[in-house]
Ligand binder design. Structure first.
Ligand code: MN
Length: 251
């Protein structure tokens, strides 16, 4: 088995080092990750400046680009082979509900999925790397569990691991994504030159965190897993818009 690892927190982040250590003896594992923190870069690709790849002392390759750039160039020439699995993370903080839209951790995994490769995004529910060893052990178990499903259809799984000691992490629950409130207010400051600076505020609290959501499962201490799809089509609304915009079958 060949695994490509990436992340959005950057190649030096404790989460990607722990993930590599947890997976390295079960497969041929290569790391291609952003040079700097690229959280919330979603699926962004860098089209207007060149990308450079360098190799760190530990063998990790790092790129002056986004998470999706890393996976994209790895799969389109850098690696020279097609990995069986793309794994992203372990992210510093939750990627639940609407976070998945913005998440670079999910974006890296999604880039693999778009190339037809099974992919998993791992995140720790709280920031700060507490109990990272436990999350890495869970990630290892999760990948081993999924191994028989590799090589058939591509799939994209979003996994959030609660920050607890290993023994206190409850079994994996398969969940739908919850929803968050709109984000917090933008924060303004004045620059040394008198200009107003705007800082994007933090993500909102959970709006839908009911039974069956990732928020609910993770809050109870479960590993929360959501299978994701990429098709943004509102299938339920196709008929309505078909009749409203282009009435081909008048009543
Ligand atoms: Mn991140």
């Amino acid at each position: 088995m060949k695994i490509l690892i990436s992340n959005d927190d950057g190649f030096q982040a404790p989460g990607i080092v722990a993930l590599y250590q947890a997976l390295k003896d079960m497969a041929e594992v290569e790391v291609v990750a952003p040079e700097h923190n690229n959280s919330a870069k979603s699926n962004a690709l860098t089209l207007h400046s060149p990308l450079y790849v360098n190799r760190a002392a530990n063998g990790f390759r790092y790129v002056n680009g986004t998470p999706a750039d890393c996976v994209h160039i790895a799969l389109t020439g850098l690696l020279g082979y097609r990995p069986d699995l793309v794994v992203s993370g372990i992210n510093n903080g939750a990627n639940m509900g609407d976070d998945t839209i913005y998440s670079g951790t999910v974006g890296a995994a999604m880039e693999g999925y778009l190339f037809g490769i099974p992919a998993i995004a791992f995140s720790q529910v709280d920031k700060g790397w507490q109990h990272l060893d436990a999350a890495a052990r869970k990630a290892r178990e999760f990948v081993l569990h999924m191994k028989p499903l590799i090589g058939k259809q591509p799939w994209l799984l979003n996994v959030n691991v609660p920050c607890r000691p290993y023994e206190q992490i409850l079994p994996t629950k398969v969940c739908r994504l919850g929803r968050r409130h709109a984000a917090e207010k933008v924060i303004t400051q004045t620059s040394p030159r008198g200009e107003t600076m705007y800082w994007i505020g933090s993500a909102g609290a959970a709006l839908d965190e009911g039974e069956g959501t990732d928020f609910h499962a993770a809050a109870q201490g479960h590993v929360a897993m959501t299978p994701l799809k990429v098709d943004l089509t509102d299938h339920d609304a196709l008929k309505y818009w078909g009749q409203t915009v282009a009435p081909t079958h008048p009543a």
